[in-house]
Write a protein that binds this ligand. Structure first.
Ligand code: SF4
Ligand code: SF4
Length: 178
């Protein structure tokens, strides 16, 4: 890929995805030295503090229709993050169309997981996907009263397992070892 073309291509891919901002891939985003949590909070981000460490919760409240509405002022980690799909396109290791196909297929797995969570009785409540999945799986089911729930749960568990694998293999960036 011609380097000048990459920003527009990345913007197009991200506009179809949003998974690193919408609570699919991450539960929190840690603040970095020099960042002012109060300023980010004033932008509407859900800032939290635990043991003196600031982070923001996901899904990110600045994400609207898969676009960052505070792009110029987004946190440092957001600026530094390029998922594996974007990285491969930037390095010329895969075509934009391949990355788009991967995004579309993965998003459809996410939608299936959300649908199954709803079938299990948990409506969309603004929490990240893993938390919602775990809440469902930790809720006891009475097999005698709700036999159909057993197969829904099994499908949810299996689809979530595959989704987690895919996000790790194809989207998250492995930590750099020193
Ligand atoms: S996971 Fe990758 S393609 Fe998707 S929004 Fe984030 S950076 Fe963009
Ligand atoms: S601030 Fe913008 S880039 Fe960062 S998580 Fe929120 S929507 Fe995504």
């Amino acid at each position: 890929m011609i380097p000048e073309e990459f920003p527009a291509t990345a913007a197009r891919l991200c506009a179809a995805c949003g998974m690193c901002c919408d609570g699919t891939m991450f539960q929190i985003v840690r603040m970095q030295p020099g960042e002012v949590p109060a300023e980010l909070g004033r932008l509407g981000l859900k800032m939290r503090c635990r043991d003196g460490e600031y982070f923001m919760e996901q899904p990110c409240s600045a994400l609207v229709e898969k676009r960052c509405t505070i792009y110029e002022k987004r946190p440092v980690r957001c600026r530094l993050f390029n998922c594996q799909q974007l990285g491969k396109v930037e390095r010329g290791e895969s075509a934009a169309a391949e990355a788009m196909a991967m995004i579309v297929e993965t998003r459809s797995m996410v939608e299936r997981v959300k649908n199954l969570i709803e079938q299990c009785g948990l409506r969309e409540d603004g929490q990240d996907l893993v938390t919602r999945y775990e809440r469902v799986m930790h809720t006891p089911v009475n097999e005698a009263l709700e036999p159909e729930m057993v197969s829904v749960r099994e499908e949810l568990d299996e689809t979530m397992r595959k989704l987690k694998l895919r996000l790790n293999r194809e989207f998250r960036v492995p930590p750099i070892s020193h």
